[in-house]
Design a binder for this molecule. Sequence first.
Ligand SMILES: Cc1cc2nc3c(=O)[nH]c(=O)nc-3n(C[C@H](O)[C@H](O)[C@H](O)COP(=O)(O)OP(=O)(O)OC[C@H]3O[C@@H](n4cnc5c(N)ncnc54)[C@H](O)[C@@H]3O)c2cc1C
Length: 366
Amino acid sequence: MESRTLCDSNICTGCKACINVCSKGAVTVENRTGFFAPLIDASKCIDCGLCAKVCPNNSPRELKDIIYGRQGWATDELRCSSSSGGAASELIREFIGNGGYVASCLFENGEFRFDITNDLSRARKFAGSKYVKSNPHLIYKEIKDRLGRGDRVLFIGLPCQSAAVQNVCGDCDNLFTADLICHGTPSVQLLRKYLAEKGIDLDKARDVRFRNDNNFGLVVDGNRLVCGTLPDHYTYGFLKAINYMECCYNCRYAAYQRVSDITLGDAWGQLADTDANGVSLILCQTEKGKVLIEHADLELFDVDMEKAMAANPQLNHPAAKPRKRDWFFEQIGKGRSVSEVTDKVFVKYRIKRLIRNLFEGRRTQK
Ligand SMILES: Cc1cc2nc3c(=O)[nH]c(=O)nc-3n(C[C@H](O)[C@H](O)[C@H](O)COP(=O)(O)OP(=O)(O)OC[C@H]3O[C@@H](n4cnc5c(N)ncnc54)[C@H](O)[C@@H]3O)c2cc1C
């Protein structure tokens, strides 16, 4: 197939806006573990230019100043099943309760994909951070259809995906967007590979958790992969930014100015440091975002923005690419295991695991 690329693979975020607008099925976005390659099949392409027009790299969205910031949490019921303070889950509840639709990410059939719903019990599946690059498939098209029918839609996703939905749907009063403060994302392939090393088939898993309140670590169908207080290899690599997609190190949305109406994250450096149940940082860039927050059932407190930014570097700049990141993926490409390569990069982590396992072994022998 004769093909050309839509944007450079080191900046393609895999948002799939291009695929959503191509009526000829000429665009594919190949996921090559460490990066995305957006390819146009020249034999199908009719040069309409739509893919470039909606691509947030070719047509960047304007970023907006923060006009309002708070920290806080939802009711106990929602907070318990959420990763942070449950602000996203409360926004979802409130939005659907008022007749709207919500599009966000859930785990189903081995995939971290988007869905759109106005059914509250289905929407509960959105709760929880999935520290992996989610797959938007054709969600922007579905959202555009809903907006065309006069429905109100709230989109919650990664900042790159929020830019994509806005480019595909255009400026629309009925579209509300919330992005997550994002540290960076590994690919699903990497997660799948890691779990397979542990004897877990992602396609057969019913539930995958990445975090329980302020404790980070994979839990699959109730099985904790952590080693004592140490997170598993995948999560450790995530926290140390070694296993992200290439685009994450060049992310233009990891900045103080934001792409969405609302931005949600953790109130690190503030209440989240002392409250183990998770505390949300809530930022608004538009009046309509602020109205949503003020109507939600959230317990809200003032926030010190300087402290919030100091504790959350992704509000200033993307994660720095670790010196050994390319080597990490080279080794994975050669078929070495995620655990082995992570251990090689982070020697102190490996030693701590060894000591921990030694103690565990002694304890079980007694
Ligand atoms: C990859 C990633 C990196 C993050 N890095 C940071 C960080 O560095 N600093 C920080 O303060 N916060 C970060 N967050 C955000 C944080 O983990 C919480 O998701 C956020 O505070 C919302 O918590 P909540 O309790 O309000 O949401 P919940 O009520 O738990 O709901 C979470 C919402 O986020 C959506 N969501 C979860 N994972 C994904 C995903 N992979 N793709 C698209 N949508 C998703 C869900 O569908 C749901 O709507 C990150 C989130 C992700 C997914």
